[in-house]
Design a protein around this ligand. Structure first.
Ligand code: ATP
Length: 298
C-alpha cells in the first residue's frame, strides 16, 4: 500500500460565467467555462496506523477540523469504505483563499483522488465526481481539470479542447466578498441580454483555438453585483487592459481579476508594475501563470 502521496491541487479561473436561474432547492443553475491555471496548493497525504483524520495547514485562519474541505473529502470516502487506518493531511496553500479560484474545491478533489489511490478503493474518475459534488459544486470540475463547460450546478461537465497557451496575470485586491451574498444579490432575470456572456460563442471560439476571440468574449454575470459594490474590481480590469491584456475579467464570485496576455513581455511588465510599481495599490496578491491543460491528477 502507498504510505505517502504528494499532490498538487490547481486553481481555476472562469472565462465565462452565466447564471440561468435559481432552483427551488436554493442552488443556482449556471453555465460556466472553466480553465485550470498553473497556480497550485501542495498536499501531502500520510497514512497512519492510528485511526482518524488529522489536518495541518500553513495558514492560521483556515480550519484544521471537519470544516476544512480536505477533511470532508477524506472522511466521505474513508467512512463509506470503512478504512481502518488513519490519515494525516498536510496542506500548504498558495491559491488565494475565498477569492473565486476554487482553491478549497481543488484541495478536496486532490484528497478524493489521493484517498482512492492510497487505500486502493478502485473508484473511477466518474465515481469520484459523483461523490465530490456533495462537498462542493466545483469539486467534480477540479477532478476533471483543463478547459470545460460546466452546467447544472457544476456537476454536468463537457471537456473542451485545450486552449492555446497565453500568460495569465492574476490579481487579488485586498477586499473580501462572500460568495453567498453575491449570489443572493444577483437579479439574473432582470439583466439585459447583453449582460449575459455568450457561452455558446465562447465554446465555439475555444473549439477553433481562437484565443483573441475568446478574450473578446470573456464575461461574468456576477460582476453586475460585485463591481458596483467594489469599484476596485473594475479598476483592476481597466489596469490589465492598459497593460496590454487581450481581455480581463473577474473570476467566480471574485474578488480576483485575471488578464489574458498573448504578449509575454507585456505580461511580465504588468506583473512587475503590480508587484513593485504604481499598480501596487490595486492588488494585494499578484501572480503570473499559464493555462494548465493536463487532466491527470497527481
Ligand atoms: P469558489 O471559487 O469555489 O467560490 P473560493 O476561492 O471562493 O472558491 P475557497 O478558497 O475555496 O473559496 O474557500 C472559501 C472558504 O472555505 C474559506 O473562507 C475557508 O474558511 C473555507 N475552507 C475550507 N477548507 C478550505 C481549504 N482547504 N482551502 C481554502 N478554504 C477552505
Amino acid at each position: 500500500m502507498v504510505k505517502h502521496l504528494g499532490l498538487k491541487a490547481y486553481g481555476k479561473i472562469n472565462l465565462g460565467l452565466d447564471v440561468l436561474r435559481k432552483r427551488e432547492d436554493g442552488y443556482h443553475e449556471v453555465r460556466m467555462i472553466m480553465q485550470t491555471v498553473g497556480l497550485y496548493d501542495r498536499l501531502d497525504l500520510i497514512c497512519r496506523s492510528e485511526p482518524g483524520i488529522r489536518v495541518e495547514t500553513n495558514l492560521y485562519y483556515l480550519p484544521n477540523n471537519e470544516n476544512n474541505l480536505v477533511y470532508q473529502a477524506a472522511d466521505l470516502l474513508m467512512k463509506e469504505f470503512g478504512v481502518s487506518q488513519g490519515l494525516h493531511i498536510r496542506l500548504r496553500k498558495f491559491i488565494p483563499v475565498a477569492a473565486g479560484m476554487a482553491g478549497g474545491s481543488s484541495d478536496a478533489a486532490a484528497v478524493l483522488f489521493g484517498v482512492n489511490k492510497m487505500f486502493g478503493l478502485g473508484l473511477s474518475q466518474q465515481q469520484l465526481m459523483v461523490r465530490g459534488v456533495k462537498i462542493g459544486a466545483d469539486v467534480p470540475y477540479c477532478i476533471l481539470r483543463g478547459t470545460a463547460l460546466s452546467e447544472g450546478i457544476g456537476e454536468k461537465l463537457t471537456p473542451l479542447p485545450p486552449m492555446p497557451q497565453c500568460r495569465v496575470l492574476i490579481a487579488r485586491p485586498g477586499i473580501s466578498v462572500s460568495t453567498r451574498s453575491v449570489y443572493e444579490n444577483l437579479r439574473a432575470d432582470r439583466l439585459r441580454p447583453e449582460q449575459h456572456p455568450d457561452i455558446d460563442a465562447m465554446t465555439a471560439a475555444i473549439g477553433e483555438g481562437d484565443i483573441h476571440r475568446v478574450a473578446g468574449l470573456l464575461g461574468n454575470v456576477l460582476e453586475t453585483v460585485t463591481i458596483p459594490a467594489h469599484p476596485v474590481i473594475g479598476q483592476l480590469k481597466e489596469a490589465m487592459m492598459d497593460y496590454g491584456a487581450e481581455g480581463a475579467l473577474m473570476s467566480g464570485s471574485g474578488p480576483t481579476v485575471f488578464g489574458l496576455f498573448t504578449n509575454p513581455r507585456a505580461a511580465e511588465d504588468a506583473y512587475e508594475d503590480m508587484r513593485y510599481g504604481r499598480g501596487t495599490n490595486l492588488a494585494k496578491q499578484v501572480y503570473l501563470t499559464n493555462f494548465y491543460n493536463r487532466r491527470e491528477q497527481g
